[in-house]
Design a binder for this molecule. Structure first.
Ligand SMILES: Cc1ncc(COP(=O)(O)O)c(C=O)c1O
Length: 386
C-alpha cells in the first residue's frame, strides 16, 4: 500500500534497536525501569474526578459538544489567565478548547502554512512541531537550542531571507526536553522579531506550572504586543495530571484562534462537555495539588542530579519541567549511552537525538516514575562504570 508523500517525509524512527533490547530483557524476566515517558505517575486529584462523575450523569452533555469548547470552559481559562498571569482574554474570541494541546499544536499549521512556507522550529524539541509542519507542506527551518545559549534560539543567526519567508515560529518554555526557562528579555525579542517579519508566534506552555525553587513561568501573552501576533497552547495534562483526559486550550490573537477553529470544525467535534466540566474544576478549584506534586518532583530532581554528579556526570538542575537533560560522557552518543543504561542497569532513558539533531550528545531522564523505582534506578546507575 503506497503511503502519501507527507508520511514518507517524517523522520525515521531511530530507536528500533533500543526497543528491541527492552523487549529482550523483558522476555528474560528482567525488571526494566523506564525513565523515558513524560506522563505524571500520580493520579488526577480527587476534586477533578468528582466533578467528572457528576458531569457524566448530565444528559445534555451526552450530545455533540460545542466545537470551540463550552463558553463556561473558555471563561474558566480566561479567569485562570487573569488570576495566574494577569492577562485579560475574551473567552468568546481569544480562547479555544482543545482535545489535548497536541491536537491544537498539530492543527495550527494546517490553518496558516502553505506548501513551501518556512516554519521556524527549535531543535531539540517536542517532535510534533516538525511533523505537523511537514504535514502542512511547510519547510521546517531549524533553530538550534545550544547549551552555550542556555537552550534559547539565537535569532541573530537566522538569515533575513528566511525570516521574510517564514510564516510561523514555535517556542516552548519551560522547555521540553532541555528543562530550560526563558526570561522577559527573550520573550520580548521573539515578539519584536515576529512582528517585524509578520510571523505567527506559537508558544507551547505545557510545563508552565511544573516549576521549582520559587521560579514562576510567565505567559508569553503577559508581554506587550504579544496578542498582535501570538497564541499560547496550554495543557491540563501536566499540572492537573490529566494526560489521559485529553483537554487543553489555545489562547491569544483572535484571528489566529479563528483560523485554528476552521480546521477544527472540519476535523473534530470538540471535547466531551463532561471532561470540560472536570477541566473547569481543575482550573478554578483548589490549586494545592500542583505544589504538592512539584514538591515530589523536586525531591526526585535532586536525587537524580545528585546521583549523576556523584558518578562524575556534570548536570544542571532544571528550574522547571520534570525532565533532566544530561550530556552523555565522552566517547558515547545519545543512543550508545542509552543502550549502555539498558544493558547494564535495565534503565530506559530517551536518547536526545529523538528530539532532533541538536539533541545528539544528550539523554532525557523523566522524573515521572514513583520514588522507590527512581531510587532503584539511581542505585543501579551508580554501579556502572563509564
Ligand atoms: C512540550 C509539549 N507540548 C505539548 C504536549 C502535549 O500535551 P497534551 O496533548 O497532553 O496537552 C507535550 C506532551 O508531552 C509536550 O511535552
Amino acid at each position: 500500500m503506497e503511503r502519501a508523500e507527507r508520511i514518507k517525509k517524517i523522520p525515521p524512527y531511530l530507536f528500533a534497536q533500543i526497543d528491541k533490547k527492552i523487549s529482550e530483557l523483558k522476555s528474560k524476566g528482567i525488571d526494566v525501569i523506564s525513565l523515558g515517558i513524560g506522563d505524571p505517575d500520580l493520579p488526577t486529584p480527587p476534586n477533578i474526578i468528582e466533578a467528572m462523575k457528576k458531569a457524566v450523569e448530565v444528559k445534555e452533555y451526552h450530545r455533540y459538544p460545542d466545537y470551540e469548547g463550552s463558553l463556561e470552559f473558555r471563561e474558566a481559562v480566561s479567569t485562570y489567565y487573569k488570576n495566574r498571569f494577569n492577562v485579560g482574554l475574551d473567552p468568546k474570541s481569544e480562547v479555544m478548547a482543545l482535545i489535548g494541546s497536541k491536537e491544537g499544536i498539530a492543527h495550527i499549521f494546517l490553518a496558516f502554512v502553505n506548501p513551501g512556507d518556512y516554519v521556524l522550529i527549535p531543535d531539540p524539541a517536542y517532535p510534533v512541531y516538525k511533523t505537523a509542519a511537514i504535514f502542512a507542506g511547510g519547510i521546517p527551518y531549524t533553530m538550534p537550542l545550544l547549551e552555550e545559549n542556555n537552550f534559547l534560539p539565537d535569532f541573530s543567526k537566522i538569515d533575513e531571507e528566511i525570516l521574510k519567508k517564514a510564516k510561523l515560529m514555535f517556542l516552548c518554555y519551560p522547555n521540553n526536553p532541555t528543562g530550560a526557562v526563558a526570561n522577559e528579555e527573550f520573550f520580548m525579542e521573539a515578539i519584536e522579531l515576529a512582528k517585524k517579519y509578520d510571523i505567527i508566534l506559537c508558544h507551547d506552555s505545557a510545563y508552565a506550572e511544573i516549576t521549582y525553587d520559587g521560579y514562576k513561568a510567565p505567559s508569553i501573552l503577559s508581554f506587550p504586543g504579544a496578542k498582535d501576533i501570538a497564541v499560547e497552547f496550554g495543557s491540563l495534562s501536566k499540572p492537573y495530571r490529566m494526560t489521559g483526559w485529553r483537554i487543553g486550550y489555545a489562547v491569544g490573537n483572535s484571528e489566529i484562534i479563528q483560523g485554528l477553529g476552521i480546521i477544527k470544525t472540519n476535523v473534530d467535534s470538540g471535547q466531551f462537555t463532561a471532561i470540560q466540566k472536570a477541566g473547569i474544576e481543575a482550573l478554578l478549584g483548589p490549586q494545592d495539588s500542583i505544589k504538592e506534586m512539584n514538591d515530589i518532583f523536586k525531591k526526585r530532581r535532586d536525587l537524580v542530579v545528585n546521583t549523576l554528579r556523584e558518578i562524575g556526570i556534570d548536570v544542571k538542575s532544571p528550574k522547571a519541567t520534570f525532565y533532566i537533560w544530561v550530556k552523555v560522557p565522552e566517547g558515547y552518543t545519545s543512543a550508545s549511552f542509552a543502550e549502555k543504561l539498558i544493558e547494564q542497569a535495565a534503565v530506559v532513558v530517551t536518547p536526545g537525538s529523538a528530539y532532533g539533531e541538536y539533541g545528539e550528545g544528550y539523554v532525557r531522564i523523566s522524573l515521572t516514575t514513583p520514588d522507590h523505582r527512581l531510587m532503584e534506578a539511581m542505585e543501579r546507575i551508580k554501579k556502572i562504570s563509564f
